[in-house]
Each structure stands twice: as structure tokens, then as C-alpha cells.
Design a protein around this ligand. Structure first.
Ligand code: 6R9
Length: 638
């Protein structure tokens, strides 16, 4: 596999960037020509951010799995596509060559067909990090079904909400998942979700943990039995469905500033081209490299940079089932040495947590194979950046700080490893095709350098979202209505004297906890579900490892009120039930009132300052309905 569009020098970056701005259609059409299309597109780009409509490669016909698998079979058939490292280091690892991946994806695609799944149907996938998760995703794509992967940490209620929103009639899950010393009973969570979702026709269950599960007659079937059935049918192939470039590939739910998560929609053609292009350029992937992204496929990073980007490039993608700290804090480093990983892509929160264990876990680890390091998910602080650089990269591996979002489909701002310069804590420069602008509150563009503002993108790129599932107006409102003719990211940003971008964090009510996006309104809704809660307000505060922690102020009049610790646990349980453990508040402070304006709006600014411990910077509180409440809350700060 060669990548004619791989940028190798800073000058080439400049030239590519200029071309991408001056002639975006010519630029992307050249790149897209390297892929396998059944029919070439009629038009490279049609767009209008007002509506919004965004169409890339309209009229083009293809199947993304032919690009991720079939086209590599001749040259890379015996090369590893996926290397899988199990949670338990004592268990045997697995390697799937491109040929084996092909066979398994075809088989499972036939399983889906046997079970009534058709092009355009939504399939919810709720699995642990096993190779079958990637196989299930690709099998959906092969037959044109729309996958919607839900991260294994979400609760039954969250799954039910997503199933209902996507009107998904099919679910793929596992009996359970191993994560560190825990066993997560995935099927049982699905069973709870399905109590509210009688429209689900079929659940396909893979055996992983041998956790006892209930199997409902007529609805639930075992993955293994279904594979046997396909084998006896004797047709190992599954011809890929011909898809339009703008057909939906997947829905992925993500949190925004309102209560309900949004189903971000990506389409086949543009997403494929963009994830591949960004993968090959940012990480400078070379044929034969072993690439390890530590994300979960339940998040966008796993979609774009474990599955679609690396596989479309004929790469070797290492998938890890477990967590960085089990059985000990040296697990990542053991994996790097075991498979001679060349490129490691992880999150600042993981780096910070491993830093806390000191250098002991690195003893006897060579890490010599590493060439490129990457981070994603949240701003990386300089201390973590330098630790990563010195102790993991041994100062010889460029670090790419990649800024992007579920909505952007792929990396938009990042240095290119070893090609354009890194700067600690800066994502640095936009990828070719990406035109960032900073705007002030009124939407006026802030030009020049050494400035800050809200980050927007003024021109479409192929990987961007097309809509939010079932509610296009919501997509417009959320991303295209704040500033005219701009895509608004929700992030604040600085541009330094040399034009490098530094993303400073969300400017809306979205928290970033351990790199996971969580809406404050979502957490508040969950807390308010608890019978004893009168009202609540949730804000973020700086957390050494998680980046941000969740701080909840709660007016409480319920049971266990005489036992604050038990009442807190009750509330935490409720949040776990409603959203999932990832949204559990780190701190819950009981208060008698919340600071409100005379019109009844909660003054989050003040609560944020209290949570951050900046009690001397509360600002003007005189416009509040009851200024005394602020003093009381500040006194009780946890
Ligand atoms: C890929 C992913 C998106 C939000 C985004 C921003 C934050 C991601 C970052 C970063 C600073 C980086 N973010 N990468 N902030 N530097 N390199 O994480 O998608 O889960 O949708 O989160 O994450 O705030 O808006 P998603």
C-alpha cells in the first residue's frame, strides 16, 4: 500500500494546505481517486452551512469495507489487520490477517442478513473491546446497515434512549466484558434496556465471559450458533452492498449542552476519505507499522482511528481489551514491547494517571520500537506532555496533539509527526482542507495572531457530520446557528504569535471528564430523577487526573437526609442507573438554595468559581435573587 497523498516535508504541507484552500474540490478529488469506487462521483462538493447541507462525492458509489479489506487482499492478505491483546495478560492474544478479517466480516454480514437486517436498518452494538466488535461494525457497513455503537459503560436507560432515538430493531452484544478485575454483565444491561424497547426484534450475543445470561426465545440468538448456521449454508462470501457516497455509515451519540445526547451522523464516502487521509498524515503511518490506539471503539476515536482509518490504509491496528492500570500500571508499556508498537495514540488522562505511578512500571521496558506518540480527547497539560516525551518517547518520538470531535469525524488540528513542529500543549496547525477561524461573542472574525476566541470552521471537510439523526433542525441549531455560515465547535481557543492553535476547552455546558464528553444538563436530569432531590446544578472543576471532575450542588429533602454520606451514595447510584458510571459526580454538596438571577436562571459562573475554589473571585452577586445563598454555599464547599 502506498499513500501518494502522504505529506513528507514541511514544504509539502504548505503546498498541500494552499491547494486545499484555493482549490478544495481539485484537492479532495485527487485524494479520493486513490480509493476503490464502484462508480466515480458526479460532483466533489455541494454545501450550504445555512441549511445545513453538505455533500461530498455525490453520485459516487462504493462500499467502505471493500476499501478497508477487499482491496488489500492481494498484497496484504497474510498481514495482520487486527492484533488483539486480551484483558488478562495470561490469556492468548489473537491476530487477524486481512484474509481472516475478510472471512469473518463476510460470515457475520451473512449472519446479519439471516437475521433480517437490511440496508438502512439501524443496529446497536454494545460490546467490550473484542475483535468481534470490529467485525460487527464492518459487517454492518458491508451490508449497508447503520451501526450505532454504544460504549460499554453506559447504563440500560442510556441504551434504551439511544435505541428509541435511532429506532434500532437489532442489537449485538456480549454475555459480558472483562475490564481490569471487573466483569461487566453487558447482556443483562441490554435485557434491562429492552424492557422499554419491545420494537427490538433480534439480539445477537457473543460469548466472552461465560457470565450466565437469560436468552429470550424468538428474540435472542448466540453469535456462535449463527456463524455455524452460515457455515452450513456453505456460502462464505458476502458481496458488499453498493452504497451512495452520502448514504449513512453510522450514528454515534454524543453529549451536548442540552439534556439529551445527539445522534451524530456520518456518511460513507467523505468519512472514509477523511479518516484515511488524516490517519496517514498525522501519524505518518508507514506500511508494516504496528499502530496502537488505546481508545474504546465505543467512542469516535475508536471508530476513526482503530477501525476505519488504519484498515482503509492497510495498517495493523492493535486493539486492547483492558485498562492501563491492570494488572499493574505497566500494562501499556508491556504491550508496546510485546508487539513492538511503532505508533501509540492515547489520552492525556491516561498519561496523567500513569505518571502518578512514577517510573517503576517502566523498569525493564525498552519502548525502543516507538516512533510516534499521539494524544486526543482533552487539552494536554505541559507536565504530562513532557513526561510523555521524556519517559515514553525518550525524546526521539514526535508527539501529535490531535484536536477533533465526534462531529468532525477525524482530526482537524494537529501537527504532522516529524513533519511540522510540535509545541507542548498546542494542537498547532490545521490539516489541509481545514479552515479554522476564531470569532468573538458576536460572531466577528478575530484576525491576526496572539488572539483568542471561539473556534469555528468556515469551510466543509469530507469527514464532517451531516445531520443529527432524526432531527436535522437540532443539528442546525447546535452547530450552524450560533454564527452565520460557520460550523461552531463549542471550544475556546488561542492562536499564538506563530499561528499555532491551542484549544483551551469547552465554552458551553459540556464537561470533559477523563476525555469523555458529558453534558451538565444530562447529569442534572439524572440527579433530579432521585426522589429526594428538589433541584440541582452541576459544574466542572479542575481534577488532577481526570482533567475535569463533576461537582454537583443539590437541594435535598429526601430519605437518608440525616446521613449525608448515604444520601450522596443514593444520588450517585441514581446517576449510574440513568447514565452510567462515567457520569458519577465526584463531589456532591448539599445546599439550601442555588444562586439564581431574578428571572430564575441558575448562575453557573458563580458555582463554577466555588467548585474551582476561587472564592475570592465570585464577582458581582448583587443581581441575585438571594445573595446570602452564595455565602452559605461557599462556606460549605467540599
Ligand atoms: C476526539 C474526541 C470532543 C471535545 C472537543 C474538545 C476536546 C479533543 C482535544 C481536545 C484539546 C485536544 N478535545 N481533543 N481538547 N486538545 N487535542 O475527543 O471527540 O469525545 O467528541 O470530544 O474534546 O473540547 O470539543 P469527543
Amino acid at each position: 500500500m502506498s499513500y501518494p497523498y502522504q505529506i513528507r516535508t514541511a514544504d509539502q504541507y504548505k503546498t498541500a494546505y494552499e491547494k486545499s484552500v484555493n482549490d478544495p474540490e481539485g484537492f479532495w478529488s485527487e485524494i479520493a481517486s486513490s480509493f476503490l469506487w464502484r462508480k466515480k462521483w458526479d460532483k466533489v462538493l455541494e454545501w450550504d452551512f445555512k441549511k445545513p447541507t453538505i455533500k461530498w462525492f455525490a453520485g459516487g458509489k462504493l462500499n467502505i469495507t471493500e476499501n478497508c479489506i477487499d482491496r488489500h487482499l492481494d498484497t496484504l492478505g497474510n498481514k495482520p489487520a487486527i492484533i488483539w491483546e486480551p484483558n488478562d495478560p495470561e490469556e492468548h492474544h489473537r491476530v487477524l490477517t486481512y484474509r481472516e478479517l475478510y472471512t469473518k466480516v463476510c460470515q457475520f454480514a451473512n449472519v446479519l442478513k439471516n437475521n433480517g437486517v437490511k440496508k438502512g436498518d439501524r443496529v446497536c452494538i454494545y460490546m467490550g473491546m473484542v475483535p468481534e466488535l470490529a467485525i460487527a461494525v464492518l459487517a454492518c457497513a458491508r451490508i449497508g446497515a447503520i451501526h450505532s455503537v454504544v460504549f460499554g459503560g453506559f447504563s440500560a436507560q442510556s441504551i434504551a434512549d439511544r435505541l428509541q432515538d435511532a429506532k434500532a430493531e437489532f442489537v449485538i452484544t456480549c454475555d459480558g466484558a472483562f475490564r481490569g478485575n471487573k466483569e461487566i454483565p453487558l447482556k443483562s444491561v441490554i435485557d434491562d434496556a429492552l424492557v422499554q424497547c419491545s420494537f427490538v426484534k433480534r439480539v445477537i450475543v457473543l460469548t466472552r465471559t461465560r457470565t450466565p445470561v437469560s436468552m429470550i426465545k424468538g428474540r435472542d440468538v448466540w453469535w456462535e450458533d449463527e456463524i455455524k448456521r452460515v457455515e452450513t449454508q456453505g456460502n462464505p462470501e458476502c458481496v458488499a452492498e453498493e452504497m451512495d457516497a452520502e448514504d449513512m455509515l453510522f450514528i454515534l451519540y454524543t453529549s451536548g449542552s442540552t439534556g439529551k445526547p445527539k445522534g451524530v451522523v456520518h456518511t460513507v464516502g467523505g468519512y472514509m476519505v477523511y479518516t484515511n487521509y488524516s490517519f496517514v498524515n498525522v501519524f505518518q503511518y508507514q506500511p508494516g507499522d504496528v499502530y496502537f490506539c488505546t481508545a474504546d471503539i465505543g467512542w469516535i476515536t475508536g471508530h476513526s482511528y482503530i477501525v476505519y482509518g488504519p484498515l482503509s490504509a492497510g495498517g495493523t491496528s492493535l486493539m486492547f481489551e483492558g485498562i492501563p492500570t491492570w494488572p499493574d500500571a505497566g500494562r501499556f508499556w508491556q504491550i508496546v514491547d510485546k508487539y513492538k508498537v511503532n505508533i501509540l495514540y492515547t489520552a492525556p488522562t491516561a498519561i496523567r494517571s500513569l505518571m502518578g505511578f512514577g517510573l517503576d512500571p517502566l523498569k525493564d521496558r525498552s519502548l525502543d520500537s516507538l516512533k510516534v506518540l499521539g494524544t486526543v480527547g482533552e487539552p494536554i497539560n505541559e507536565e504530562a506532555w513532557h513526561w510523555y516525551d521524556e519517559h515514553i518517547g525518550k525524546k526521539k518520538c514526535p508527539i501529535v496533539d490531535t484536536w477533533w470531535q465526534t462531529e468532525t469525524g477525524g482530526i482537524l488540528i494537529s501537527n504532522l509527526a516529524g513533519v511540522t513542529p510540535a509545541k507542548p500543549a498546542h494542537a498547532t496547525l490545521p490539516l489541509p482542507g481545514v479552515q479554522p477561524v476564531l470569532v468573538d461573542e458576536n460572531g466577528k472574525e478575530i484576525t491576526g495572531n496572539s488572539v483568542s476566541g471561539n473556534l469555528c470552521i468556515k469551510f466543509p471537510w469530507p469527514g464532517m457530520l451531516r445531520t443529527t439523526y432524526g432531527d436535522h433542525e437540532r443539528c442546525r441549531q447546535n452547530y450552524f446557528a450560533t454564527y452565520e455560515n460557520l460550523y461552531f465547535t463549542g471550544d475556546g481557543c488561542l492562536r499564538d504569535e506563530a499561528g499555532n492553535y491551542r484549544i483551551t476547552g469547552r465554552v458551553d455546558d459540556v464537561l470533559n471528564v477523563s476525555g469523555h464528553r458529558i453534558g451538565t444538563a444530562e447529569v442534572e436530569n439524572a440527579i433530579n430523577m432521585h426522589a429526594g432531590v428538589v433541584e440541582s446544578a452541576v459544574v466542572g472543576y479542575p481534577h488532577d487526573i481526570k482533567g475535569q471532575g463533576i461537582y454537583a450542588f443539590v437541594i435535598y429533602q429526601g430519605a437518608h437526609g440525616d446521613d449525608a454520606s448515604l444520601a450522596r451514595k443514593d444520588i450517585t447510584q441514581t446517576v449510574s442507573r440513568i447514565i452510567g458510571a462515567i457520569a458519577k459526580p465526584d463531589k456532591i454538596q448539599f445546599v439550601s438554595g442555588l444562586p439564581k438571577t431574578r428571572s430564575g436562571k441558575i448562575m453557573r459562573r458563580i458555582l463554577r468559581k466555588i467548585a474551582e475554589g476561587e472564592l475570592d473571585k465570585l464577582g458581582d452577586t448583587s443581581t441575585l435573587l438571594d445573595p446570602a445563598v452564595v455565602e452559605e454555599i461557599a462556606k460549605g464547599k467540599l
